[in-house]
Design a protein around this ligand. Structure first.
Ligand code: FAD
Length: 457
């Protein structure tokens, strides 16, 4: 019979269990542009998707079919018109995705179509890890050490299936163009990225041959390029966590390989939280924070977004984000802490900006991480542990290499003044052209945050 595989965030052929299931028949590979999903997608994600779908189409000999319309009606219509007997897809775990998939499955099955939805994006199903008393974990370490590691080991990756593709009647690739914005900020943003399954594999191999050795210590140094940069590839499913996990497991076991696997497990933990708390992206996990006295300050928010706060490490991070669609993990923590604590702006504002501008913007990782930094989540860094961005910068970017890459204005100062230019003597500061004074005093704003926190019931 004719089988339709509905590609969503599993834009790869290898280790795609649902696609392998579809390959038992003649395959129609489909990607559907659902207007409500497109509207919810960030601008940087759309650009990545544009390139990733082109790459996928190539590996499908140009046979990827693009459809447009609400999934709920457009997919069943296409299935009926094309006499499709079986539909396959990779499971989603975000609340909107779960809801849509359940409804669609019921409709298709009601029409006599077989549906197979399989896990192709997580090492463990998010409902698998449970405490002995049956309740979900809220803290990472026991989740990973007891919940996950006690479960079956991640399944071995599958090879790419041999596909008998049903030829498509006409070329529909023009639909992809709606993913690109009018302004061409994204051309430079995509420099250095290689979206698609082949690009993901190259990134994994490069990581294993290079930065994996030393990962545990260097992963915190933003100038070191010591991480895998697999996050957008993982988000779009151009590579599966199983493929990564098993490739790492083939290497001699070291504290670096163990630490890298635990970072993959943080991604699992985020999905576990999102699955258990579908409103993770807008509701405090800890409802004590519902009474937090956040400030409305559009001008400050805008200076944060544009990398004009006058705090060099914060500005470097925000400019890296704008220029590359990515930000180093340590710096994500620093800029998030600055927004939430030194500016007292709601973490949802930060989440929204990251959602729009990150190429790896992910409903689970983004929400779980913002709540984690805010201290409003599970397993939180306590709110009162407030990063000092200058201390952080001196520790993790001692030579200010990262700072000057993204804030070139600071190259006019001697290195020792680049972390906190306002502390430099006036004579030296004269060289600083156009770089703003700090938006807030770090000490005063820290005290203000602690006062706000202690006002909570
Ligand atoms: P590596 O260090 O090479 O790690 C490998 C993989 O493990 C990553 O690709 C990622 O999938 C996973 N991982 C690593 N660190 C974390 C973590 N702390 N939490 C969850 N998974 C992790 N990550 C996203 O994928 N999407 C987001 O939208 C996102 N938003 C974030 C927002 C904030 C405020 C913070 C502090 C972190 C956020 N992260 C997010 C987590 C982390 O910063 C990125 O996953 C990581 O920087 C990606 O770079 P990498 O692939 O080189 O990571």
């Amino acid at each position: 019979g004719k089988h339709l595989h509905w590609f969503r965030k599993d834009l790869r052929l290898a280790d795609n269990p649902a696609l392998s299931r579809a390959a038992k028949g003649d395959v129609l590979p489909v990607y559907l542009f659902d207007p409500s999903e497109l509207a919810a997608m960030g601008a940087a994600s759309k650009v990545w998707l544009f390139h990733s779908l082109h790459a996928l189409n190539q590996s499908l000999d140009g046979q990827l079919r693009l459809l447009s319309g609400p999934s709920q009606t457009a997919l069943p219509e296409f299935v009926a018109q094309n006499e499709i007997t079986t539909v396959t897809w990779t499971r989603r775990y975000d609340p909107a995705g779960i809801e849509m998939d359940q409804a669609l499955k019921a409709t298709l099955q009601g029409n006599g179509v077989e549906v197979h939805s399989l896990n192709g994006s997580l090492l463990w199903e998010p409902w698998d890890a449970k405490k002995p008393d049956g309740t979900p974990y809220r803290v990472f370490t026991p989740f990973y050490k007891r919940g996950c590691q006690a479960a079956a080991p991640p399944r071995a990756p599958l090879p790419a299936p041999k596909l008998d593709l049903v030829k498509k009647p006409h070329d529909d690739l023009a639909l992809l163009d709606q993913l690109l914005p009018d302004r061409d900020w994204h051309v430079d943003m995509m420099d250095g990225w290689n979206p698609g399954e082949a690009g993901a594999r190259i990134a994994l191999e490069a990581f294993i041959d290079g930065p994996l050795d030393g990962y545990k210590s260097d992963r915190d140094v933003p100038a070191a390029n010591a991480t895998s940069r697999l996050s957008p590839h993982l988000h779009f499913g151009e590579i599966s966590p199983n493929q990564i996990w098993h490739a790492i497991a083939k290497q001699p076991t070291t504290h670096d390989t163990a630490h890298f696997k635990s970072e993959l497990a943080w991604r699992e933990f985020s999905y576990h939280l999102l699955y258990r708390h579908p409103d993770l992206d807008h509701k405090n996990l800890n409802d004590k924070f519902d009474a937090f006295p956040w400030r409305d300050d559009d001008a400050a928010l805008q200076r944060w977004q544009r990398g004009q706060t006058g705090i060099p490490i914060v500005d470097a991070g925000m400019r890296e984000l704008w220029q590359t669609g990515y930000m180093h993990n340590r710096v994500r923590m620093i800029v998030a802490s600055f927004l939430i604590k030194n500016l007292l702006i709601h973490w949802r504002e930060g989440l929204a900006w990251f959602h729009d501008t990150l190429v790896d913007a992910d409903p689970a990782n983004n929400a779980a991480s913002w709540q984690w930094v805010a201290g409003s989540g599970a397993d939180a860094a306590p709110y009162f542990r407030i990063f000092n961005p200058v201390t952080q910068a001196r520790k993790f970017d001692a030579e200010a290499t990262y700072i000057t890459t993204y804030v070139p204005e600071l190259a006019a100062l001697p290195v020792k003044h680049r972390h906190a230019p306002w502390e430099a003597p006036a004579e030296i500061r004269k060289a600083l052209q156009g770089y703003p004074e700090p938006l807030v005093d770090l000490k005063d704003s820290r005290a203000r945050a602690l006062a706000a926190f202690s006002s909570l019931p």
